[in-house]
Design a protein around this ligand. Sequence first.
Ligand SMILES: Nc1ncnc2c1ncn2[C@@H]1O[C@H](COP(=O)(O)OP(=O)(O)OP(=O)(O)O)[C@@H](O)[C@H]1O
Length: 242
Amino acid sequence: MINYQEVTKSFAKTRVLKGTTFNVAEGESVALLGANGAGKTTALRILCGLIDRDGGSVSIDGYDPAVNPIEARRLIGVVGDREGLYERLSVREYLNYFGGLHGLNRSACASAIDRVVEMLRLEALLDRKTAGFSQGERMKVSLARALLHAPKLLVLDEPTRGLDVPSVRLLRDVLNRYREAGGALLFSSHVMQEVDALADRILIMADGTIVANGTTSELIEQAKVTGLEDAFVRLAGMEDLA
Ligand SMILES: Nc1ncnc2c1ncn2[C@@H]1O[C@H](COP(=O)(O)OP(=O)(O)OP(=O)(O)O)[C@@H](O)[C@H]1O
């Protein structure tokens, strides 16, 4: 469903992506690991059509997000590193607004909101304005927005950052239910436990390229170590820093 080929991107004179290549199949869950500044957010933002790439090609079910952004965004739900809530809107108003942007009519929007509210246990927050929401509440609302149009692929940038244990468990439960319904996931993370629990396959990013790609056990075997964290450190070339 995702075909990401030889993508390049620079900011001023800094080359961040130097030919990044990976695929994600329909219904697959893939984690993107990399040190701080490796380029994970940049790669995900290009995939979602939020910034332009310099070179290479990106396709989501045949749609290039830079050329067909509306078609591409219909297929994906995005939970970014900045949640982008509108603080003057209540959760209900916010979800209604995004339902409208996705072209859902009034009744389709109402049932989509009911579905995500139930899934994320948002009932008590529904008529509150989002100003002052905690990190966990903000994540839930972002995820509700991302799931509203029942996308085939969810893209999440460090989804558990700043979350307490119950919120992480709720997130994991929602993502597992989404996957059971056939959805694909691509998420970045620094938390090995979460990667191990959620990903079918792991991509390790270093110096602007994907340097390793495999299941947890394949990466451990390739690195000749005993755990995922050690495999990550070795394959990402960070042993001198660790
Ligand atoms: N808009 C921008 N302007 C200039 N430099 C940028 C911009 N966005 C990202 N960068 C730079 O690109 C590099 C990669 O950043 P990116 O956010 O993609 O990394 P990351 O792997 O997501 O890191 P982290 O794990 O810390 O979130 C960094 O050196 C960052 O400073």
